[in-house]
Ligand binder design. Structure first.
Ligand SMILES: [Zn+2]
Ligand SMILES: [Zn+2]
Ligand SMILES: [Zn+2]
Length: 261
């Protein structure tokens, strides 16, 4: 639902060719992804554009929210979970790694505090986890990666195999790593040969906390996914121009892209 870097594209006050582009794939809200398996629908990240994304994509209910890390461009739409939690019997579960969960508790100090009568807060229950979590028909596994000072986790999502079915092969998986400078070997192993890898690729120039295109392509080669998508782009990259120079099996995510795996 969002594939842009923290500024979004167009960037406020910028007149560059990408910010002025008429190609809708060059308009990028801040990063978030909706994941469905069976009857289960979960969200990865609540960016500042989350309210608009709910309206655009008709989001009315969620079974859980996963947070990648506590940077503003991934969490500052968190309060807009309020209308999605009002009618739930139980608080909406939110999962993040323990480091990110403790940063979230500092930023959103009201978490865990009952609202004053007549006021509303997002009715959520925040869980710090560093192990796989099952939510309905989905299994989610944290993917620790390096991203500057932030405790950052991508997430791997897989449908839960029906218990009665004979074990054939590993269920399909999607690994989503939106912000990343380097992927440690243990996380490469968790992603190996995934069906879909969605990976940070900010721009061509090197950046201290994000992968550039060359670094992302090297990581994709090491992981060997069936299909890869670049995301978290800045306005230095135009969609069509970038697509034209990528190797086969690698393409560029855009807002509104929907894929089945
Ligand atoms: Zn980001
Ligand atoms: Zn621009
Ligand atoms: Zn970040």
């Amino acid at each position: 639902m969002g594939t842009g870097t923290s500024y979004g594209i167009p960037m406020v006050g910028c007149d560059c060719a990408v910010c002025r582009s008429k190609d809708p794939r060059d308009h990028r809200l801040r990063t978030s992804t909706l994941i469905r398996a069976g009857k289960t629908v979960v969200l990865l990240d609540t960016p500042p554009d989350f309210r608009q994304q709910c309206l655009t994509y008709g989001i009315r209910e969620l079974d859980a929210v996963f947070i990648s890390h506590a940077h503003a461009d991934h969490i500052f739409g968190f309060d807009d979970l309020r209308p999605l939690t009002r009618r739930r019997a139980e608080p909406l579960p939110v999962y993040a790694t323990p480091g990110t969960a403790s940063e979230m508790r500092k930023i959103f100090a009201y978490l865990g505090v009952p609202p004053l009568p007549g006021t509303s807060l997002a009715r959520v229950k925040l869980h710090g986890v560093d192990e796989p979590v099952q939510v309905g028909d989905l299994l989610a596994t944290p993917l620790p990666v390096r991203h500057g000072r932030a405790a950052m986790a991508g997430w791997k999502f897989q449908p839960v195999a029906p218990e009665a079915a004979p074990r054939r092969t590993e269920p399909p998986s999607a690994c989503i790593i939106s912000d990343c400078k380097a992927i440690p070997p243990e996380t490469i192993a968790l992603c190996k040969h995934t069906d879909l890898l969605v990976l940070d690729a900010l721009r061509d120039e090197p950046h201290p906390t994000h992968m550039n295109i060359a670094e992302a392509l090297a990581a994709i080669a090491a992981i060997g996914p069936r299909q890869a998508l670049l995301t978290h782009l800045c306005h230095a990259l135009g969609h069509a121009e970038l697509c034209a120079r990528l190797p086969s099996g690698v393409s560029v995510a855009y807002d509104g892209l929907s894929l089945a795996i």
